[in-house]
Write a protein that binds this ligand. Structure first.
Ligand code: CA
Length: 154
């Protein structure tokens, strides 16, 4: 992962205006600090979540079902998976179990986003290895904050 020091003491810049210009340029580079694989079959919800996460500077890759998600995991290497449970084909819980059973993704943070809002559904999701369980409908800002809580430090 790329990194930079925002307030380097030896940057050689004398004025705060120059520092502000440098900060603007760094922001304009839009260096993502984490990668999120978003698994959601409903286009509207997928776009909403994608927009919320991308606004915060995250690099988001989309998958519309479990098979596509497992395929993209290899090439994208995410820091977090946002996972819908009711997907066409392979259920989200099975995707969750498969990730947990593989050594390379056993500790990968998983946030379930589901319309299944019963306490027993949440308990099952967490038992299957999810790190957090967000119920639909959700507040995009709440989802973002909870996603950030699961990510590695910037
Ligand atoms: Ca769904």
């Amino acid at each position: 992962m790329m990194s930079y020091r925002r307030h380097s003491c030896d940057s050689g810049f004398s004025g705060s205006a120059e520092v502000a210009v440098v900060e603007q340029k760094v922001q304009a580079l839009a260096i993502p600090w984490a990668r999120v694989l978003l698994v959601e079959d409903e286009v509207d919800i997928r776009e909403l979540i994608h927009y919320s996460l991308a606004q915060a500077g995250l690099d988001v890759e989309e998958a519309s079902d479990g098979a596509e998600a497992l395929d993209k995991l290899r090439s994208f290497a995410p820091d977090l998976v946002v996972l819908d449970l009711m997907l066409p084909g392979m259920p989200g819980l099975e995707v969750c179990q498969r990730l947990r059973s593989r050594a390379e993704t056993a500790r990968l943070p998983i946030m379930v986003v589901s319309a299944k809002s019963n306490a027993s559904d949440k308990a099952l999701g967490l038992a299957m290895g999810a790190d957090d369980y967000v119920t639909k409908p959700f507040s995009p800002r709440d989802l973002l904050m909870r996603a950030i809580a699961l990510l590695p430090p910037r």
